[in-house]
Design a binder for this molecule. Structure first.
Ligand code: DGL
Length: 271
């Protein structure tokens, strides 16, 4: 059985890459719903429908035992419902993990109290991070900033113009004297260095490519029976709902593999 990783676009490839560098043995099936991205500005209802279709693909077609939703927007909009309604009904012996709880635990473990977060509109307006942080420690104060321009800029090779946009989004958070900044969208991992150069050295950056592999290793220790059924040939296969030259280039670049192929996840009927 496989380990599934799901994101709206290429952001989750960085998480997959990080998982592979910590635990190279697992076979990963990566699915990006590029046809419907950016998720961050879509409704909860739409994201749930898209995520559900991807779960059918990863569990049904690819026999995944465990799927990591490496997308914050999909985690906040769909994870709970998928775990409570979809899994028991369709795949009762499979599991789905999101990225919010591991990130919130990281904040708690470091005892940060004044936190900033940059995320998509969906993630900010859902209030999920605030709710989960306060459950662990009611003294935590979270300052959130929706950053709707970042994902489209990253997905369309717009990094060159990103600095002033980032400065605009980060300045209200920096004015709050935050101790740490959550990169609440997997795509922002690409911007870590640029963000670091704006924030300076005194504000910690919590980035999910560093958090998720470690938390996944702990999860496997706690659930050895789930880990034991995962196949271990070190393969990664990529399935996108829409494939363009740009995605092919980006995937090859991120995974540092020119021969990596992207396959069609499923085909929609011709109009
Ligand atoms: N990578 C996704 C996330 O972590 C969002 C990208 C998008 O808006 O589709 O929220």
């Amino acid at each position: 059985m496989k380990l599934g990783v799901f994101d709206s676009g290429i952001g989750g490839l960085l998480i997959s890459k990080a998982i592979r560098s910590h635990m190279p043995e697992y076979d990963i099936v990566y699915t990006a719903d590029t046809l419907h991205m950016p998720y961050g500005s879509r409704s909860r209802k739409a994201i749930y429908q898209y995520a559900r279709k991807t779960m059918d693909f990863l569990f049904g077609t690819h026999d995944c035992k465990l799927v990591i939703i490496a997308c914050n927007s999909a985690t906040v909009a769909a994870l709970r419902r998928l775990q409570r309604e979809y899994l028991p009904q369709h795949f009762p012996d499979r599991y789905i993990l999101g990225v919010v709880i591991p990130t919130v635990e990281e904040v708690y473990e470091h005892k940060y109290k004044r936190i900033g977060m940059l995320a998509t509109q969906q993630t900010v307006y859902s209030g999920t991070y605030k709710e989960e942080l306060e459950k662990l420690d009611p003294r935590v104060v979270l300052f959130q900033q929706a950053a709707p321009l970042l994902v489209p800029m990253i997905e369309h090779e717009g990094e060159k113009w990103i600095r002033p946009v980032l400065e605009e989004y980060l300045s209200p958070l920096m004015a709050e004297n935050i101790e740490a900044l959550i990169l609440g969208c997997t795509h922002y991992t690409y911007l870590k260095e640029e963000i670091r150069s704006i924030l300076g050295e005194n504000i910690a950056i919590l980035s999910q490519d560093e958090i998720i592999p470690r938390k996944l290793a702990h999860y496997f220790q706690r659930h050895p029976e789930r880990e034991a059924v995962l196949s271990k040939n070190g393969d990664i296969s990529l399935y996108f709902t829409d494939i363009t030259q740009h995605y092919k280039r980006s995937a090859a670049h991120i995974l540092e593999d020119d021969r990596i192929e992207i396959q069609a996840a499923w085909t929609y009927e011709e109009a």
